[in-house]
Ligand binder design. Structure first.
Ligand code: SF4
Ligand code: SF4
Length: 144
């Protein structure tokens, strides 16, 4: 994680949490700069941070929703995550941000919402840097 924090402090980088030995590799093929490598189809992917531009194309293709893009370069953290629930948040909306166990970490400001693959949306939230590395989901507070 130290290596990731160093890389993300300079700009957005893909953070992959895929440790299952499953035959899967759409992330590898989605990356336009070949920044994701796997030793074999079933081995875990690794990101070459020096190549990763933080474009987020890999986030929307992962069937396991296991890829996030984190940017620690500013005063606030920015996290781009895959989102498949309704309602879909809007830009400028304040949402709750959750960790991998669904626990609330704090509030996030939605900066961007874009369509990923099929029904997966990509949501970018601005959050306190202290928990930017832990954000794995959001909870929309209105329209529900
Ligand atoms: S964020 Fe973009 S450049 Fe980085 S690993 Fe994913 S697809 Fe490749
Ligand atoms: S697409 Fe997702 S689940 Fe498949 S290898 Fe890449 S990170 Fe793992």
């Amino acid at each position: 994680m130290k290596e990731f924090v160093l890389a993300a402090s300079k700009g957005p980088k893909a953070l992959i949490e895929c440790d299952e030995s499953i035959p899967c590799d759409p992330c590898v093929h989605a990356c336009p700069v070949n920044a994701i490598e796997k030793d074999s189809l079933v081995s875990p992917p690794r990101v070459l941070f020096e190549k990763c531009t933080g474009c987020s194309l890999c986030v929307g293709v992962c069937p396991g929703l296991a890829i996030f893009v984190v940017d620690l370069s500013g005063d606030k953290g920015r996290v781009t995550l895959p989102y498949e629930f309704l309602p879909v948040p809007e830009k400028g909306e304040i949402v709750d941000v959750l960790d991998s166990q669904g626990r609330k970490l704090g509030k996030g400001n939605v900066l961007r919402v874009t369509a990923g693959r099929e029904r997966t949306m990509l949501v970018t939230v601005e959050v306190d840097k202290q928990y930017a590395l832990e954000v794995r989901n959001i909870m929309v507070l209105k329209n529900g």
